[in-house]
Design a protein around this ligand. Structure first.
Ligand code: ZN
Length: 291
């Protein structure tokens, strides 16, 4: 899967899991600020497994920092689509996010600052901003990331509790995305079990568990295929919807309104509007047929 597509899947997955707006799962509810920031952090984490090779979106996103990161990661993970594309890779990333959350700095004026979580999120948000096209210039990506990560670190440091969850979800979504393409992923790395000879000789089975020990459900075909683009496009709308809803709820709460009540009434009004439009549309279409 292409880098920007991975990032979109990550943002949409976070909205589905962490938002409580209609059409979301709400399995791990966080504040509106957590939905907005987490969507970008999760999008950045969804790029992270590809930090194992030079040509990835993440390597080009913020040179030279991103190039250094990719060199080191590629070396440690045994090359492209190896260690970072496995269950162990996800666990390591979650561990890094958890460890980053433990690094705090006590200041006299601002109290305890979640410096580690802020720094990790700064990187992930900057990578995501570039990949998603939210910031055209490198400097804008850094500025956006610095503003968002800096604001939370200083103003709402306990917000970062969700960081390991967002990082783990993003990495898992990346691996799932690559599993849907032809190459597949070595889920159990460094253990790479090879299928028996009869399995490899059966065309469909050979796609699911390949000679190299990779696992795949290759319904999208090759990376960047039209099927991949068709799958990902609606996710952009979904992610934008979730982030937009969080911004509205957060703004209403900040202004002193009961956001839940206002949103419930807004949805009711939207329902009435859609219902009315359907009735009017049906009438306009059927009346000429009857007369
Ligand atoms: Zn990948």
């Amino acid at each position: 899967m292409k880098g920007a597509h991975h990032a979109l899947c990550g943002a949409a997955a976070w909205v589905a899991v962490a938002s409580t707006a209609p059409y979301t799962l709400g399995w791990y509810p966080v504040s509106p600020l957590g939905v907005v920031t987490g969507a970008l952090v999760c999008a950045g984490a969804a790029l992270a497994p590809d930090a194992d090779h030079h040509d990835a979106t993440i390597a080009h996103s913020l040179p030279p920092v991103s190039e250094w990161v990719c060199d080191v990661v590629g070396h440690l993970a045994g090359g492209h689509r190896n260690g970072t594309h496995s269950v162990l890779g996800v666990a390591v990333l979650v561990g890094i996010a958890w460890a980053a959350g433990q690094v705090t700095v006590a200041t006299e004026t601002l109290g305890e600052l979640a410096a580690g979580a802020g720094l990790l999120s700064l990187l992930l948000v900057a990578f995501a901003a570039r990949a998603l096209g939210l910031a055209r210039r490198r400097l804008d990506a850094w500025a956006l990331a610095l503003g968002l990560a800096g604001f939370i670190t200083v103003a709402a440091p306990t917000e970062w509790d969700w960081l390991p969850v967002a990082v783990g979800l993003g990495a898992a979504v990346h691996i799932a995305g690559d599993m849907l393409t032809d190459g597949g992923v070595p889920l159990l790395w460094p253990w790479e079990p090879r299928p028996p000879r009869w399995w490899r000789a059966t065309p469909l089975l050979n796609d699911l568990w390949s000679r190299g020990g990779n696992f795949a459900v290759p319904i999208l075909g090759r990376t960047g295929s039209w099927r991949e683009r068709i799958l990902v496009s609606p996710l952009a709308v979904y992610a934008a919807y979730g982030v937009g809803a969080a911004v509205v709820v957060g703004s209403l709460t900040a202004l002193g309104y009961d956001a839940d009540a206002v949103m419930a009434r807004a949805w009711e009004a939207a329902g009435v509007l859609v219902g009315t439009a359907t009735v009017v549309g049906a009438t306009v279409l059927t009346v000429p047929l009857l007369t």
